[in-house]
Design a protein around this ligand. Structure first.
Ligand code: HEC
Length: 244
């Protein structure tokens, strides 16, 4: 390959690598920061409860078993059975749903995807933005800034209230400029952001359950390395004393 061709391909590859993630998010709306912390077990627990109550009727999380959830969240299996498992399932089963995909498609227009790995494909910030930007458009139906023409209803509308779009014209095209709270919900906007953060923290944990352990182990590994550096340094000082 000649040099010029190589440099053109190389700079294209760099450009795609830099710009790609911007497009990956899709929807064209600016993402808000979720600031989730999967080591905050209380937040993961609250998120798990929200997930079971508000999402599991349509979305499965078939990579997660209830007993794994219990272990990771430091919960008694009995507590999990009483608080999180409503259907007639056993503690060792995965978080599946009863709805048949064909029915889901008929009712909702689309099959709700499994959410086990959604935090990996979409990212926490996208999920956070998604759950914050549902609004009611002129047709009276639900729409969403992160996923335009979404076929999922706003399941948290009673908590958040109903957002209305404010339009602006950019280059002759009418677009949603921002959203306003047309009808307040049971939670204040700050409380609702906290609720969504808990939910996204759970989804982030769900995408990589080992993350919690990995982060905990990581602290010990770093401490060990720091301690070992001290020992190695003391050893070096000891050896070199004889050489000098
Ligand atoms: C009434 C059924 C229903 C409920 C309840 C529901 N969803 Fe959905 N969800 C859907 C459908 C249908 C889609 C497909 C939307 C589309 O692509 O237009 C979807 C799509 C999504 C997506 C986008 C997936 C993607 O990458 O395209 C996410 C994320 C999501 N749901 C999260 C949730 C969460 C979190 C909850 C609970 C708070 C929830 N959903 C509750 C039906 C539901």
């Amino acid at each position: 390959m000649n040099n010029k061709l190589f440099s053109v391909i190389f700079s294209l590859a760099v450009a795609i690598a830099l710009v790609g993630p911007l497009f990956a998010a899709g929807g064209g709306t600016a993402l808000q920061h979720a600031n989730v912390n999967v080591r905050d077990t209380a937040a993961v627990q609250r998120g798990a409860k929200l997930f079971v109550n508000y999402c599991l009727s349509c979305h499965s999380a078939s990579y997660m078993r209830y007993n794994r959830l219990a272990e990771d969240l430091g919960l008694d299996e009995e507590l999990v059975m009483d608080n999180l498992v409503f259907a007639d399932v056993k503690i060792g089963e995965t978080m599946d749903i009863a709805m048949r995909p064909a029915d889901a498609e008929a009712w909702l227009g689309k099959v709700p995807p499994d959410l086990s790995l959604i935090s990996r494909s979409r990212g926490a910030d996208w999920l956070y933005t998604y759950m914050l930007t549902f609004y009611q458009d002129e047709s009276g139906g639900w729409n969403n800034l992160a996923l335009p023409n979404v076929s999922m209803p706003h399941v948290f509308w009673q908590l958040q209230g109903i957002q209305k779009p404010v339009y602006a014209t950019h280059d002759g095209i009418e677009v949603v400029d921002h959203l306003t709270l047309g009808k307040p919900g049971l939670q204040s906007p700050e409380e609702y952001e906290g609720t969504v953060r808990d939910l996204v923290t759970f989804l982030d944990y769900l995408g990589e359950p080992a993350k919690v352990k990995r982060k905990n182990v990581g602290v010990w590994v770093l401490l060990f390395l720091a301690l070992f550096a001290l020992i190695a340094y003391a050893l070096k000082a000891e050896y070199w004393r004889d050489v000098h």
